[in-house]
Design a protein around this ligand. Structure first.
Ligand SMILES: O=P(O)(O)OC[C@H]1O[C@](O)(COP(=O)(O)O)[C@@H](O)[C@@H]1O
Length: 340
């Protein structure tokens, strides 16, 4: 890529970004480096998952009533163990834990709160399809004392950084601190992430739609009409779109980030216990929304901007429409019944 210094590591890139924020203390860079180390440990375990009896379930049920996969649990424990010793956090929250995870009082506390989906794409873990780790970082509101739920339950606009690791044919890190979206690829032999995708821009409109069509009959009419529209041939408008659905949010999002398109997990009537769809606002939708918007894309729940949604609980679910700006706008028109 033009103008890119070959071999820029994550730390170098962070330090460069840090220079752009005068009040920076280095705390964020230290925190981020711990996140990178944890992801390398998870990546190593995933790469040999079939050889070390780490497929299958732990026997536990998580806060969503789902069976916990051994690798979900492993990734959760690695992240909690590494990050709780980072001295840069005052609290954590994980998709795999019902409550806020406190930082031991024996460790110096820092200004940041980390939210994470330790292993996204659980249904693909055992079948060697790419999965990921999603993270969202916020600053605490005030110094000292235990972190309250109010301090964690804040809109996505208050994220200071967000991104994901994708464990696929290559292992990548994609992140934003509000200064564009940048991608790094792990050099397996050197064990270092190097800048490979600087300042990623999502195409304004794509040709790909990603949705679990198996739920078609449970969707609202607006969603059904939009998906039917995308499949209706109109060469002048670039339709029909191509359907691609991996079933790992990180992987489906990453493809659309680079190629354009729209990922959708709408609300559906399939499970009365999940009227707002499946995906989690704090651990999945908000971080992906920050990355999407920073790359020139958009993210809504069909009506509201994801980043403007005020969370009510740690484990809120929201419908998610994320991807190229023009595609997300068009989906919104169908959901509001404004489209032809
Ligand atoms: O199997 P479904 O219903 O299509 O759901 C797939 C979606 O669920 C998820 O696996 C949910 O995430 P977790 O794996 O973190 O539970 C997303 O990655 C993916 O987009």
């Amino acid at each position: 890529m033009q103008g890119k210094k070959v071999g820029v590591t994550v730390t170098e890139h962070l330090l460069r970004q840090q220079r752009l924020t005068p009040q920076a203390t280095g705390a964020f860079t230290l925190l981020f480096n711990e996140l990178v180390v944890a992801a390398k440990l998870i990546n190593r375990e995933l790469n040999k998952a079939g050889l070390n009896d780490i497929y299958g379930f732990t026997g536990d049920i998580n806060v969503y009533g789902e069976q916990v996969q051994k690798l979900d649990d492993y990734a959760h424990r690695v992240l909690v163990r590494r990050l709780s010793q980072s001295e840069q956090l005052c609290a954590m929250a994980s998709e795999e834990d019902a409550d806020i995870i406190e930082i031991p009082s024996t460790v110096p506390h820092g200004p940041y709160i980390l939210l994470m989906d330790p292993l996204d794409g659980s249904s693909n873990i055992d079948v060697n399809v790419s999965v990921g780790t999603i993270f969202s970082i916020r600053r605490r509101l005030h110094e000292g004392g235990p972190v309250t739920l109010e301090e964690v339950l804040r809109k996505g606009t208050e994220q200071v950084a967000a991104g994901y690791f994708i464990y696929g044919s290559s292992t990548m890190l994609v992140y934003t601190t509000g200064q564009g979206v940048h991608g790094f690829t792990l050099h397996p032999a050197l064990g270092e992430f190097f800048l490979s995708h600087e300042n990623i821009r999502m195409p304004k409109r794509g040709k790909i739609f990603s949705i679990n069509e198996g739920n078609y009959n449970y969707w609202d009419e607006g969603v059904r009409r939009y998906v039917d529209y995308l499949k209706t041939p109109d060469v002048s408008k670039g339709r029909p779109y191509t359907s691609r659905y991996i079933g790992s949010l990180v992987s489906d999002f990453h493809r659309n980030l680079l190629k354009g398109g729209i990922f959708m997990y709408p609300a559906d009537r399939k499970d009365p216990k999940k009227p707002s769809g499946k995906l989690r606002l704090m651990f999945e939708a908000a971080p992906m929304a920050m990355v999407a918007e920073q790359a020139g894309g958009a993210a809504t729940d069909g009506v509201r901007r994801i980043l403007d949604i005020e969370p009510q609980t740690l484990h809120d679910r929201v419908p998610l429409f994320v991807g190229s700006q023009e595609d997300v706008d068009e989906a919104g028109r169908f959901l509001r019944g404004e489209a032809p």
